[in-house]
Design a protein around this ligand. Structure first.
Ligand SMILES: CC(C)(COP(=O)(O)OP(=O)(O)OC[C@H]1O[C@@H](n2cnc3c(N)ncnc32)[C@H](O)[C@@H]1OP(=O)(O)O)[C@@H](O)C(=O)NCCC(=O)NCCS
Length: 186
């Protein structure tokens, strides 16, 4: 699947993307992506190869002009009802990440808006929700720009990294969400 916007192409990862991916995953910008850190180009190549099989829900964000991969966006279908025998996979929780050098230029909004359209229109999304840490103002603002509601703040919700003394560092997490019927009336 390929999604096109004014300045961007969202496409599956492919061989050759490793240099660009290493550029932004060598030092993940936020704790929640710390487990995605790449330590070498070899690791980056393996990671790109693994991702290249993901053609429906995991996209490289690529500049139309130069072909450079400046980030990524992904979300997979989740069941809304964990207890049903045949739960509808109509809920999605996106992750988004841009290379530091390309932030603040509206690319994340452009990519996420097109990705949400795709999920709601083509992939049966009923609800899209996002978690973001209380200090991550850029991600919160992106959620708001996309029309997502702030639904709550979960105190000391999750830990991605440890404190200096080895104890888990728990982070406060906001949840934002938007329903298909809200998206359609935007
Ligand atoms: C979150 C992220 C993808 C946003 O990318 P971006 O390029 O800054 O987004 P955009 O340029 O499309 O801007 C979206 C809005 O956020 C605002 N914004 C961007 N950085 C901001 C910051 N540090 N503080 C407050 N608002 C910010 C922009 O001004 C814009 O709002 P506006 O149109 O009202 O001015 C990017 O900061 C990033 O990759 N961060 C590291 C990874 C990450 O945190 N992922 C999310 C984990 S929950």
């Amino acid at each position: 699947m390929i999604i096109e916007t004014e300045r961007l192409i969202l496409r599956p990862f492919k061989d050759g993307d490793e240099k660009d991916v290493f550029e932004y995953l060598n030092e993940p910008a936020v704790n929640c992506f710390s487990n995605m850190k790449l330590h070498s180009m070899e690791e980056a190549k393996e990671e790109v190869l693994r991702r290249s099989a993901e053609i429906e829900y995991y996209f490289a964000i690529v500049l139309k002009d130069s072909g450079k991969v400046i980030g990524e966006i992904e979300a997979y279908p989740e069941p809304a009802d964990e207890h049903g025998a045949d739960p509808k996979m109509d809920t999605f929780s996106p992750c988004w990440m841009l290379n530091n050098n390309y932030q603040g230029k509206g690319y994340a909004y452009e990519a996420a808006h097109a990705f949400f359209d795709y999920l709601f229109r083509d992939k049966g999304a009923r609800r899209i929700y996002a978690y973001t840490e209380d200090y991550n103002k850029a991600s919160q603002r992106l959620c708001e720009k996309l029309g997502m509601r702030q639904e709550g703040l979960f105190k000391e919700f999750i830990s991605f990294v440890k404190n200096l003394d080895g104890t888990p560092l728990y982070e406060n997490t906001y949840q934002y969400a938007i329903l298909k019927k809200e998206w359609n009336t935007k």
